[in-house]
Unconditional design. Structure first.
Length: 237
């Protein structure tokens, strides 16, 4: 499975999506900062599973409909930062979809995630990650989970990765920085958290109109996943 995650920077990079899907043979597309009132029902063979509805700029997940079927969708509001409370840029920060793989007769969960901005503390983002993974585990018992997106976590990722691994998840960075707009804030912002998936590689794609670079995740659900409900109760405080 090939999946692209892309923060569109206030929808500016939306025009690039069709070319990205076609160029890389994408199966799943996870978007952040998309104008959900101005996105199509399909993009180059991918069908819109769902999008968030209560955000000024929201999340969306697309899937290849000749390969998968969308079984259930769940969105969620996460603990708010002060930035969220004052400016209200995002109400729902996680959108998960349970997909059925037609050819391989199996199910798995993919999710688009957008953490609180850099004005918030890392502790709040860790709380958001924990809550999002717990909620995704409720979409299906023992199913593989792959959550991608903009984690807004450029520093102390090693500590986050260690905490996540202690509870059965893997945190996977891409092969190059994904945010380059401001020199001081450059780093890996967009990455993947998973359980029950074999992650072959995560590649940072060339920069387009967004200040974030899209990432291409090549992954495969493993035959036997750890129990998502058990693993999701993680402590990353």
């Amino acid at each position: 499975m090939k999946l692209i995650s892309y923060n569109l920077r206030k929808h500016r990079a939306a025009r690039e999506l069709a070319a990205l899907v076609e160029r890389h043979g994408v199966d799943v597309l996870c978007l952040q900062e998309a104008d959900t009132t101005d996105i199509p029902e399909s993009i180059s063979g991918l069908r819109l599973a769902d999008s968030t509805q209560r955000n000024r700029l929201g999340l969306a997940v697309y899937y290849r409909d000749n390969t998968y079927r969308a079984q259930e969708v769940r969105s969620m509001a996460l603990k708010k930062s002060l930035h969220d409370r004052v400016l209200k840029p995002a109400e729902e920060r996680m959108l998960g979809v349970r997909l059925y793989d037609i050819d391989h007769n199996r199910e798995f969960i993919v999710a688009s995630f957008h953490a609180a901005p850099l004005t918030a503390l890392n502790s709040l983002r860790r709380h958001q990650i924990r809550t999002a993974l717990t909620e995704l585990g409720g979409l299906g018992e023992a199913l593989p989970i792959l959550m991608v997106g903009d984690y807004n976590y450029p520093v102390f990722k090693e500590n986050l990765g260690q905490k996540v691994r202690e509870h059965g998840y893997e945190l996977t960075l891409s092969d190059a920085h994904t945010y380059t707009r401001y020199r001081f804030f450059r780093g890996h912002y967009d990455f993947a958290t998973s359980v029950g998936f074999s992650i072959d590689k995560v590649t940072t794609l060339p920069q387009g109109l967004s200040d974030h670079l899209p990432i291409l995740v090549t992954a495969n659900p493993t035959p036997k996943a750890k129990a998502a409900g058990e693993e999701a109760e993680i402590d990353v405080a």
